[in-house]
Design a protein around this ligand. Structure first.
Ligand code: 6OG
Length: 159
């Protein structure tokens, strides 16, 4: 079982400053991947589209409201988490949006702050991010597959 039969679907939104030099990221305060810095996002509900999930999670975690037309779909990454018996897979849709001036609010889940795109905090981010995040932040479209080992949160193989 490669863990690809029932993927968990989720989203990440990256809000970029109007000068294109910074990105709004959040440090996760609880739950899955506590302490990790990431864009805003989470698991998709069964009744919503990926874009609707992106908008809802962005609002829940940062307080920022965006219209669907303000978000650009910019790729998909798949993470397979290796488990002793069965693996599981998360498929993550990536979205990019331009900051509209509404300041973020810290939530119970995320502590938001601005980071310069030319010095991203990769040491506190998921191990796969350096291979695709710069592409997303510079306006590209990305796809990638990453294999993780349980409790280590480090890529052991990527294609
Ligand atoms: P919640 O459990 O918070 O959703 N996520 C990842 N993000 C990156 N950059 N790389 C990964 O590689 C990730 N795996 C999961 C997607 C989980 C959030 O964590 C993100 C979701 O936004 C393994 O509902």
């Amino acid at each position: 079982n490669l863990g690809v039969d029932k993927p968990v679907l989720s989203t990440i939104v990256f809000i970029i400053s109007q000068d294109g030099k910074s990105v709004l990221l959040g440090k996760k305060k609880r739950g899955f991947a506590t302490g990790i810095i990431n864009g805003f996002g989470g698991k998709k509900h069964p009744d919503e589209t990926m874009a609707a999930c992106a908008i809802r999670e962005l609002e829940e975690e940062s307080g920022i409201t965006m219209a669907e037309s303000d978000l650009t779909y910019c790729g998909m990454i798949r993470a397979v988490f290796q488990r002793p018996t069965t693996n599981w897979t998360m498929e993550i849709a990536l979205f990019r949006g331009i900051f509209q001036g509404q300041d973020p609010i810290e939530s119970e889940e995320m502590a938001p702050s601005w980071y310069r795109i030319d010095s991203l905090p990769f040491q506190d981010m998921w191990d796969d991010d350096p291979s695709w995040l710069p592409g997303v932040l510079h306006g590209g479209f990305v796809m990638g597959d990453f294999l993780y080992v349980d409790k280590v949160n480090r890529v052991i193989e990527s294609v």
